[in-house]
Design a protein around this ligand. Structure first.
Ligand code: IMP
Length: 185
């Protein structure tokens, strides 16, 4: 598996360090506002990120998962994400933090933010481990006093590992790396 990776972008240690910083910021922000957040992670890509993040957030929180499909097995978004697996918990009146592995075109987040608004969330923040601003097509907006928490800016390359997949593979790599183009071409 490792020989499918062209280069490592973020090591296990860098990821862990950055998640500690994000969790401290989130803890401080929500302590200051007195709101207990409802964490909603976007499956499947955010499963490792959310597990590591919530263990470092020192607040009373709830955790739920939502699923939005936009990729299939290719490397380019089809641009039409759909909520294919909805929430178990009620977000009405709650301060939601959407936890996402990577923001690429912004289509998925924009769809999920609308979904939270429709379901009555008081505010919607976004916590994304990676952000690929070069590929943004939809400028999503956080809701109410919500904030955008971002782990790392990611270059415009297809990355895998730490939850991110290509055709459902590589999610279990402990680091984030760039896949060799010959693997997906
Ligand atoms: P968006 O809707 O285009 O912003 O895409 C968001 C989703 O696309 C993410 O949650 C990922 O599942 C997937 N994605 C975007 N870029 C990559 C990448 O470089 N590697 C793996 N998955 C990606």
């Amino acid at each position: 598996m490792n020989d499918h990776i062209r280069k490592i972008l973020f090591t296990e240690q860098q990821i862990s360090q950055r998640i500690s910083e994000l969790a401290s910021t989130i803890t401080a922000d929500f302590n200051a506002s007195g709101a207990a957040p409802a964490v909603v992670a976007v499956a499947t890509g955010a499963f490792l990120f959310v597990a590591d993040l919530v263990r470092k957030i020192h607040l009373p929180i709830t955790v739920d998962f939502i699923r939005a499909e936009s990729y299939g097995s290719g490397t380019v978004s089809n641009g039409q994400p759909l909520v294919s697996f909805g929430l178990k918990l009620d977000v009405r009146g709650k301060h939601v933090i959407l936890v996402e592995d990577i923001v690429d075109t912004g289509n998925t987040l924009s769809c999920l933010i609308d979904y939270m608004k429709t379901n009555g969330a008081s505010s919607v923040s976004v916590c994304a481990l990676l952000d690929k601003p070069a590929r943004r097509k939809v400028h999503f907006q956080v809701v109410g006093e919500g904030k955008f928490y971002r782990g790392f800016e990611c270059p415009d390359e297809f990355v895998v590992g730490y939850g991110l997949d290509f055709a459902e593979q590589y999610r279990n790599l402990p680091y984030i790396g760039v896949l060799k183009p010959e693997i997906y071409k």
